[in-house]
Design a protein around this ligand. Sequence first.
Ligand SMILES: O=C(O)CCC(=O)C(=O)O
Ligand SMILES: [Fe+2]
Length: 209
Amino acid sequence: MNPLEQADHWLSAANLDALLEQGFFIVDEACPTALFNALIEESKHLQAEFQQAKIAQGGLNQAIRGDTTRWLLPTDTTGSQYLALLEKLGNSLNQQLYSGIRRVEAHYASYAAGDYYKLHRDTPLSSHSAKHPTQQARVISTVFYLNPVWHLAWHGELHLQDHSEQWHKILPLPNRLVVFQSNLLHEVCPATQERRSIAGWLRRDESIF
Ligand SMILES: O=C(O)CCC(=O)C(=O)O
Ligand SMILES: [Fe+2]
């Protein structure tokens, strides 16, 4: 399969329905193995560039989230391929739903054992969107797990509330992608092992750069 066709496979009719009805869907074996392994390698290789993550309001707050992150750049050999997949997903969503997605952003994230990210939504009003409160910048959130193995007993679940207020515990299994509406409540539970991922967002606004 051409790697970019991967994003079409992500947005099957059943997954699109789940996104609209429940607010999320999960794709296992989301990327070709070679790309999955290369993303793990790149994430580890860039470890020295990871920084303490900021909370959406802008500040550092380790009582809310403990992970470290590094934005994927178009110049990253492997990260750029993942960004292209997210763009393709955004284009497919625009074709199917007129969702108005204009750009994507994603960061490599690493949670050390014991780190967590407390209950939150990915759509706080930024100083820009506060002036345009109907325009939420982040529309769709994605998380792709970069753990080569993961055991139930290690925890580190993504705890996600769907549109019917049902809670789901989603393990960060190897090569698993979770796609959800950015306004859903969710949290990252602490794990007993290091937990690596790429968190990405499909956005409605234009780049400010
Ligand atoms: O890693 C996860 O499962 C979710 C991460 C998250 O909620 C975020 O980065 O906003
Ligand atoms: Fe989040």
